[in-house]
Design a protein around this ligand. Structure first.
Ligand SMILES: NC(=O)c1ccc[n+]([C@@H]2O[C@H](COP(=O)([O-])OP(=O)(O)OC[C@H]3O[C@@H](n4cnc5c(N)ncnc54)[C@H](OP(=O)(O)O)[C@@H]3O)[C@@H](O)[C@H]2O)c1
Length: 242
């Protein structure tokens, strides 16, 4: 897998950043997106890649991203729809605003990113959806998050048919609990994070996952090795819930 051009949404931290770093180090041209210009600039400079602000919850920014890339004659061999959030909330107390925020970032965002970037996806190209084991495992206070990722996976299934003639393949990874900023952004205290991570000692792997643990599956799906795969779901959970 040499010299591909790959865009990673949400490349400023966690899984997206670790993946972007790996892809740069293995000879690819990498483009990252995020919400914060300063953060994007800092990460892009450190990693040696390009970065753009494109809020997943803002279709106008996604349209602008596509227009900018098109005007720069950029074509993509790979697209990783990784940007995502986890804002916990029980079914009984969640507001409409909170519901919409998660769905806008985790489901609507990937939809419009795919729609807008479709014209610059090469034939062949690989789109990787970063989903979650929350699609198949219940976690308290994670109903919206689970629903947002399940809907996101449903989009992939149909997109594989609609984009078949364009040589675009879409597959997904489902990370298990991975130590990233997502836990603190979810409002978890350091103590709560420690307790969560310690509970992962019970998995077959025997520890919490790191962003680096997620790289292999995504890089494989981006590579020509996955050329015949459509709608595959690779779970990288350390054996959570076996
Ligand atoms: N960590 C886990 O346990 C876990 C488990 C299963 C699945 N996942 C999934 O893995 C993906 C990456 O999560 P992570 O754990 O690496 O979290 P993270 O460290 O918080 O990284 C999330 C990335 O997405 C970006 N992002 C968030 N909202 C965005 C928006 N509206 N528009 C554009 N970019 C946005 C963030 O940018 P900012 O710098 O602006 O925040 C950041 O770059 C997510 O889709 C998540 O649902 C994570």
């Amino acid at each position: 897998m040499n010299g591909k051009t790959i865009l990673v949404t949400g490349g400023t931290s966690g899984i997206g950043k670790a993946l972007a770093e790996h892809l740069v180090n293995t000879g690819h041209r990498v483009i990252i997106t995020g919400r914060n210009q300063d953060r994007i600039n800092q990460v892009a400079q450190t990693l040696g890649c390009t970065g753009y602000v494109a809020d997943s919850a803002n279709p106008a920014q996604l349209k602008q991203l596509a227009a900018t890339l098109q005007s720069d004659n950029i074509r993509l061999d790979g697209l990783v729809l990784n940007a995502g959030v986890f804002y916990p909330g029980s079914i009984l107390t969640t507001t409409e605003e909170a519901f919409d925020l998660t769905m806008n970032i985790n489901t609507k965002g990937p939809w419009f990113t795919l729609q807008q970037l479709h014209p610059i996806l090469n034939n062949p190209s690989s789109v990787v959806f970063v989903s979650s084991i929350a699609v198949t495992n219940a976690f308290a206070s994670a109903a919206i998050y689970s629903a947002s990722k399940a809907a996101f996976e449903a989009i992939a299934r149909v997109a594989n048919l609609e984009f078949a003639a364009d040589g675009i393949r879409i597959n997904a990874v489902r990370p298990g609990v991975t130590a990233t900023e997502i836990q603190s952004k979810a409002g978890m205290t350091t103590e709560q994070q420690k307790a969560l991570f310690a509970s992962l000692d019970q998995t077959a792997l025997g520890r919490v996952l790191s962003p680096d643990d997620q790289i292999g599956a995504i890089a494989f799906l981006l590579s020509d090795q996955s050329i015949a795969m459509r709608n595959a779901v690779l779970e990288v959970s350390g054996g959570y819930g076996l």
